[in-house]
Design a protein around this ligand. Sequence first.
Ligand code: AMP
Length: 280
Amino acid sequence: MVIKSKEFLHKTLEINKNKGKTIGLVPTMGALHDGHLALISFAYKFCDVVVVSIFVNPTQFNNASDLEKYPRHIEKDAAFLKKHNSKTLVFTPNVEEVYADGLKSESYNFGSIVDFMEGEFRAGHFDGVGSVLKRLFTIVDPDKAFFGEKDYQQLMAVKKLVTITDQKVEIIGCPTNRNEFGLAQSSRNFRLNDTQLKQAELIFEALTQARSMFDDYSILDIEKEVKKRFQQSALELEYFSIVKTKDLIPTTTKEPKEAYRGFIAAFLGDVRLIDNMALN
Ligand code: AMP
């Protein structure tokens, strides 16, 4: 069922809450794909009712052309969900409904987790993400909300957001869904042609190589190797960072018993792709 207004959503959720059902929220920006479907199926493991919001949030884009080119096909999305997960509630609010108090971003003290990578290259991005999610959590009032590890930095920022804003929703992360060649599913993949989709597999290959080198080589050696692979490719690497999982601060040294992740952002033409992977 597609729901456009907050009022109708509240009524529908109230009926379910009165029956003791648990509510899960999967926030998305639409252009739905198998990665979103995996996240929705994951949410049904924890909740009786799942709300998928589709809202392209203007405040999280630092680049006007990126916002403009972001793929939007709500009707196709609704049909896609109806086919695969017909009981899912699809909430498609407009900007005025979400930003009833005006279209602006608040600023949050997320700490070190947003200082690098997406936080460094997309100024204001996480404040925009925080601003929309705080509002969506207030509107939907879910018991749990689900986020993909594909956007790992976002997942950690959202966990921090709910402590900062004192919202009672539990945040749960879901593993990244990939195609058969390892490419992380993404709405931005819709903008790639067949040749580019093959070329984009390098991101997964590079992360996999970093993981296989991790125990035996220095972080500097791994970085050199990954950068070399990108130099010889059609992709333009924006960053490759190896960070401690707990604080997302890039490091060049390894400590015993510490968990590390590799993060990549790269351009293929004007399409920006990101991915990440646990390295140990
Ligand atoms: P987006 O519509 O790109 O903002 O993504 C909405 C949610 O789906 C976010 O929590 C993403 O992390 C998650 N997501 C996107 N792609 C994937 C994927 N390939 N696997 C798992 N979750 C994903």
